[in-house]
Design a protein around this ligand. Structure first.
Ligand code: NAD
Length: 307
């Protein structure tokens, strides 16, 4: 199976590496010069639970020509439209496109470039990091849930599930993946932006009484807005999930902290808390916590001069 990894950063490197090791034809697509050059020169270096080096093809998206069987989208959210625009020539009628980005609203973006019945939406709790261009740090275990948007797409999607499971990616077909996407977005929406703004670890945020009050308000907004969008979310269950995740990850700075504070990169805030604010307005509701957090993250991006 010819699989393009569209966005070969930390997570794209994990998925590309594991699928390559399982015998699939994998091509990495990326726009970051130093990363492309490092992988072309030294291979993709894997550190963490395993030490390995694999010589995977990597190119700019506009250079890809062979029609894909599968495209796995793993850009940051704000890079997604540009990526989809650049890979139009590899998307044939046979191509399945799987989105594994964090955040909300990506299916509307993808539908502008890919027929709806070729799209699969998914969510993953795998993690990954980049130690520098061409060097991925992979540790821990994870899972993926996916669903085809095609009315009769389950059988085709289950073939993809099998291929990904041969690569030990722990994938399950989910007849209703949207609530899981919202639940993961809620995890990100409670701790990523707040820890980035407060410059703290997840444990420090949740140890604070005011921090917990903030988290609870954000969870409530996600649940109310999700329900207005027709997504059934149980506030108690989501809250337990968020607090459980926070306990496991208490020593970590979340990825938005790493992006904004440590690496001065743009954040995915518009697709997490920002999306909840937008959807609240669309439904005649208010989500003041999500709105203000989004404004503060953008203000911080401006203050740091990040473009
Ligand atoms: P990433 O930032 O590592 O990579 C995304 C893109 O940014 C890639 O094209 C990459 O080459 C480029 N990039 C990375 N570092 C760069 C730098 N210093 N300078 C210039 N370009 C750089 O993103 P990711 O962590 O792989 O996340 C991809 C998607 O998966 C996001 O939607 C994210 O929220 C989601 N996700 C991430 C994790 C995780 O543990 N990293 C877990 C679950 C979901």
């Amino acid at each position: 199976m010819l699989i393009y990894i569209a966005g070969a950063g930390a997570m794209g490197s994990r998925f590309g590496y594991q699928l390559h090791r399982a015998g699939q034809d994998v091509i990495l697509l990326d726009e970051w010069d130093a990363h492309i050059q490092a992988i072309q020169t030294n291979g993709l270096v894997i550190e963490g639970d395993r030490t390995d080096t694999v010589h995977l093809p990597i190119m700019r998206p506009s250079e890809a020509t062979q029609p894909a069987d599968l495209v796995i989208l793993l850009t940051k959210a704000m890079q997604l439209p540009q990526m989809l625009q650049s890979i139009q020539s590899v998307i044939s009628e046979q191509t399945q496109v799987l989105c594994l980005l964090n955040g909300l609203g990506h299916e509307e973006v993808i539908e502008q470039y890919v027929p709806r019945d070729q799209i699969m939406m998914g969510v993953t709790i795998w993690t990954a990091g980049l130690k520098g261009p061409g060097i991925a740090h992979l540790a821990g275990t994870g899972a993926v849930n996916i669903q085809s948007l095609a009315a009769n797409g389950k059988a085709r999607a289950e073939e993809i599930v099998d291929v990904m499971n041969q690569a030990e990616l722990n994938v399950t077909y989910d007849d209703d993946v949207i609530p899981s996407i919202w639940r993961k977005a809620c995890v990100n929406g409670t701790m990523n932006s707040t820890c980035a703004l407060l410059d703290c670890t997840i444990g420090e945020l949740f140890a604070s009484e005011s921090g917990q009050a903030l988290v609870n308000q954000i969870i409530h907004e996600f649940v109310v807005v999700g329900e207005a969008e027709g997504v059934q979310l149980n506030e108690e269950e989501i809250s337990k999930y968020v607090y459980h995740t926070a306990e496991i990850a208490k020593h970590h700075h979340p990825s938005m902290h790493q992006d904004l504070v440590q690496n001065n990169r743009l954040t995915e805030i518009d697709f997490i808390n920002g999306a909840v604010h937008r959807l609240a307005e669309k439904n005649g509701l208010a989500a003041p916590y999500s709105q203000q957090i989004t404004q503060m993250i953008h203000a911080k991006e401006n203050i740091l001069g990040i473009k």
